[in-house]
Design a protein around this ligand. Structure first.
Ligand code: GLN
Length: 458
């Protein structure tokens, strides 16, 4: 059943919010021990909220857009009274004292927050293996990584432990695990969703976004969390349409839609992944889409530019974890990857190097942004693979550059600030493969429309 249809049944009192919640609680009891998707769960508060929502529905009162929907939140987003650890020992005892803007909005619309999900430490990774609280399993491909860094949020949705979940995406952390776990993930245009209450990885890239099993869920959540927040300086005051309306209006034809495929995105991807994505593109052609080939000459520039800026911004963001406010000094307790970024960031940030590295990276970023916008100019969206390779087996030792290479196709949207989504295109030996759809800034709704149309074909 589509999420939107379920939400309507709850509002009509044909299903109760409590029954919906209990079903997920059962799945959590059965599976969370194996998957380690949730780090903290609060069933009792969730039950209180479900009972309250049901009684308001019964009394004929108006309830919110997310009434009765069960939601998981990534552990780097503040939720009052939950542990906001960012999966790091640094913050293991830090209890959220307020709700991030997105969480406030979810609660105002009667969403039920069930718990906090696992992730790579401080969101710095692509596998959810670097969590201080242990790795997360991929239910769609047992024994393999679920991707990351929002692996817990992707797995919670993929294994039906909640209706919807929230992640953060700095260089792919929503789209990458969505791709590996076979669910939908959406990184909005930079500035569309408030970052207030998110622990920064790299603030000029970070965006919060949803995971869902179908497009209507993505749209519903974006309607709730999207839109201007005057308390947050990166939030942009731009009128946004109702994404749910877009889903409900969308027919099944792609006539009049022009899609771009970028040759280099395929060149860097495994053949088996390319084959699956080409099948999806053929289907879109059959549905009426016009497909044109594009060329992007700067693909080799993307990873170095992204990681350089990431290191510098992350270093600066971590200076507050000096042991005075949060109890532990980050360098004393963090894992290898976080420490690498702090050291590199500190080195690059030295005054005498700034012209050499950071300023060059900012120039490269401007160039990439201009070129990506040029590519998008003549098309409605760009379609291609989300991740260029299949998820590795848990426990495989990877060099940092091999881990970073998962991100080559996802960092582009963060560098350019454009919206991008991933949805399941097919499988290679049972392992899900994601199709990425990227659009122009603030044309998030166009991506949603395309996703709604092809929802059915996969
Ligand atoms: N894998 C990328 C990184 O490690 C992206 C992480 C993210 O999007 N949070 O920086």
């Amino acid at each position: 059943m589509k999420l939107l249809d379920k939400s309507k049944l709850i509002k009509n009192h044909e299903i109760t919010a409590l029954d919906n919640l209990e079903m997920f609680c059962k799945n959590i009891e059965k599976n969370n021990g194996n998957y380690n998707a949730f780090l903290e769960i609060d069933k009792s508060s969730a039950r209180d909220r479900a009972v309250d929502i049901d009684s308001r529905i019964k009394a004929g009162e108006k309830v919110g857009k997310l009434a009765g929907m069960v939601v998981g939140i990534k552990s780097n987003i503040n939720v009052e009274d939950f542990h906001i650890t960012a999966a790091s020992k640094t913050l293991e005892n830090y209890l959220g004292s307020y709700d991030a803007t997105v969480v406030k909005r979810i609660k105002e619309e009667d969403g039920i927050i069930i718990g906090m999900t696992n992730m790579d430490e401080f969101a710095a990774g692509s596998s959810t293996e670097t969590s201080y609280f242990g790795h997360t399993e991929n239910p769609a491909a047992m024994g393999r990584i679920p991707g990351g860094s929002s692996g817990g949020s992707a797995v919670a949705v993929a294994s039906e432990m909640c209706d919807l979940s929230i992640g953060s995406d700095t260089g792919g952390s929503i789209r990458n695990p969505a791709s590996h776990c076979g669910v939908m993930g959406f990184k909005p245009t930079y500035g569309l969703v408030s970052r207030q209450g998110l622990l920064d990885l790299a603030m000029s890239f970070d965006q919060i976004g949803p995971f869902s099993r179908d497009t209507s869920g993505v749209a519903l959540m974006l309607d709730v969390i999207g839109g201007y927040d005057e308390t947050e300086c990166t939030s942009i005051d731009n009128k946004i349409p109702s994404f749910v309306d877009n889903v409900e209006k969308s027919g099944e034809s792609l006539k009049g839609t022009k899609l771009g495929v970028v040759k280099q995105f395929f060149d860097v991807s495994d053949d088996k992944i390319v084959a699956i994505i080409e099948q999806s593109i053929d289907k879109m052609r059959e549905m009426g889409a016009e497909v044109v080939e594009l060329s992007f000459d700067y693909i080799d520039l993307c990873l170095p530019t992204y990681y350089l800026i990431n290191y510098v911004e992350f270093f600066s963001a971590t200076r507050k974890y000096d042991g005075r406010k949060y109890g532990k000094r980050i360098e004393d307790v963090c894992g290898e990857e976080v420490l690498r970024r702090i050291h590199m960031g500190s080195y690059i940030s030295q005054k005498e190097f700034s012209g050499k590295y950071y300023k060059k990276a900012l120039q490269a970023r401007s160039l990439i942004k201009i070129e990506v916008n040029k590519l998008l100019n003549g098309v409605d969206a760009i379609v291609g693979p989300t991740v260029p390779k299949l998820p590795h087996k848990i426990g495989t030792t990877l060099e940092p550059m091999d881990m970073y290479s998962y991100d080559v196709l996802t960092v582009i949207a963060n560098l350019a600030g454009i919206p991008a989504a991933s949805m399941k295109a097919g499988e290679v030996n049972g392992i899900p493969v994601g199709l990425q759809i990227q659009g122009k800034p603030f044309e998030d709704s166009k991506i949603i429309e395309i996703m709604a149309k092809i929802d059915e074909i996969h």
